[in-house]
Design a protein around this ligand. Structure first.
Ligand code: 5GP
Ligand code: ZN
Length: 120
């Protein structure tokens, strides 16, 4: 199931080029076009879900496959020793811009505080 006007569905379909680093039957991992760290890879399920909450509710096994692909990319990119950050921006407060669920895998340098500034 894909959504024709969805950017990441179009990347999954091969209609928009991306630098793919790993592909499984159900997931795709590709480099972010505007990297925020030396390693910045996006991991998506090939099937369209808007966000991580919808994915986890609709297909928890697929959510697990997204995490497994992210961990495999972290290993491939040599991030397991020094660590990395994995995050799902969700909705307006989360700063989500593309509404096809994606994990951001960030690493390759110290990433600093979890948030740019405290909002507590
Ligand atoms: P969000 O803000 O939704 O969590 O993250 C969307 C991410 O998609 C951003 O980090 C942005 O740089 C990335 N992005 C936007 N358009 C493209 C594109 O056409 N190709 C790739 N590879 N990444 C993109
Ligand atoms: Zn999509």
């Amino acid at each position: 199931m894909s959504t024709p006007d969805c950017l990441f569905c179009r990347i999954v379909a091969g209609e928009i080029p991306a630098t793919v680093v790993r592909e499984t039957p159900t997931t795709l991992a590709f480099r972010d076009i505007d990297p925020k760290a030396p390693v910045h890879v996006l991991i998506v399920p090939k099937e369209h879900y808007a966000d991580v909450a919808t994915l986890a509710a609709g297909d928890p096994a697929l959510a697990g496959e997204v995490l497994a692909t992210a961990a495999a990319v972290a290993e491939d990119e040599g991030l397991l020793g020094d660590g990395f950050r994995l995050m799902f921006n969700t909705g307006a407060y989360g700063g989500q811009e593309v509404f096809h669920v994606h994990a951001h895998l960030l690493g390759g340098a110290p990433l600093g505080p979890m948030l740019a500034r405290s909002v507590a």
